[in-house]
Design a protein around this ligand. Structure first.
Ligand SMILES: NC(=O)c1ccc[n+]([C@@H]2O[C@H](COP(=O)([O-])OP(=O)(O)OC[C@H]3O[C@@H](n4cnc5c(N)ncnc54)[C@H](O)[C@@H]3O)[C@@H](O)[C@H]2O)c1
Length: 256
């Protein structure tokens, strides 16, 4: 897939695996220079190396998005290397499948840890990216990876689902208040995916996949490659009139 993005500079958090890695590859194929950000460092190193080995231009930026100073430094490093910042994909996220359950018994630590990455971490990513984009001028595009858990109450993981729901508000806020700067922001809401660390972290990944496969009208749970093309499209100027919108990609599971 090649979008007209030659010379654009992208920062992708959670870029070391899953949706972030798949999107980083597509953005590179479309001509972007890519800062592959996230933890663990070996994941972002590997994806950046793969892009560079394939003739693209990438840097690895090990970054814990829960740490404000690291996020600020990631934006600075991207700009120091590539000169500007046009595109941000906020894909870093985690899910505490075992601890983030049964609100009346859940530890408040599980809530805080989940929100520090999935909600506050995305806010920090957007905050420092917006400062750069507004300052340099010329607009920009941000894509926030939420989840279909944001639009129904089924998830067992209350911290996860409330964080993902909060991101929809952040998406609308940025769209409304930064449109005057030519900055767009959209949210992508994936359904359940297989073959990611997030998936493998589940107490019963194969059981999860089996149950979910049976629920999905298209007959299977998704993969990062099912999601990344929509993310890359929204990053590009081809999506120039899309902002503040929510794009569900879930094989049809939410419309049952
Ligand atoms: N996998 C699913 O079923 C699913 C479904 C809906 C939404 N999502 C969301 O999609 C996004 C990407 O997830 P994925 O499916 O590609 O799984 P993934 O686990 O491969 O991707 C998440 C990435 O974020 C990184 N990360 C975790 N904590 C971090 C931190 N503090 N700082 C920086 N990076 C950190 C992980 O190491 C990983 O590389 C996440 O926000 C996730 O919540 C996933």
């Amino acid at each position: 897939m090649k979008l007209p993005m030659d010379g654009k500079v992208a920062l992708v958090t959670g870029g070391g695996s899953g949706i972030g890695a798949a999107t980083a590859r597509l953005l590179s194929e479309s001509g972007c220079c890519v800062a592959v950000a996230g933890i663990p460092a070996n994941g972002v190193d590997a994806v950046a190396a793969e892009i560079n080995d394939g003739g693209g231009s990438a840097i690895a930026v090990p970054t814990d998005v829960a740490d404000s100073s690291q996020v600020e430094a990631a934006v600075e490093q991207t700009v120091a290397e590539f000169g500007r910042l046009d595109v941000v994909v906020a894909s870093a996220g985690m899910q505490m499948h075992r601890e983030d359950v049964d609100l009346h018994e859940m530890s408040e630590d599980a809530w805080d840890r989940t929100h520090s990455v999935n909600y506050r971490g995305v806010m920090l990513t957007c905050k420092y990216a917006l400062a750069q984009m507004v300052g340099q001028g010329g607009g920009g595009s941000i894509v926030i990876i939420s989840s279909i858990t944001a639009i129904n109450g089924r998830s067992a993981n209350v911290s996860y689902m409330t964080g993902k729901t909060g991101l929809l508000g952040l998406n609308r806020y940025i769209a409304v208040h930064y449109g005057k700067h030519g900055i767009r922001c959209n949210a992508v809401l994936p359904g359940a995916l297989e073959r990611t660390p997030n998936h493998d972290n589940h107490p019963d990944p194969e059981g999860r996949a089996k149950v979910l496969d049976a629920m999905v009208p298209l007959g299977r749970i998704g993969t990062p490659d099912d999601i990344a093309p929509m993310v890359a499209f929204l990053c590009s100027d081809e999506a120039k009139y899309a902002t503040g919108a929510e794009f569900v990609i879930d094989g049809g599971v939410t419309v049952i």
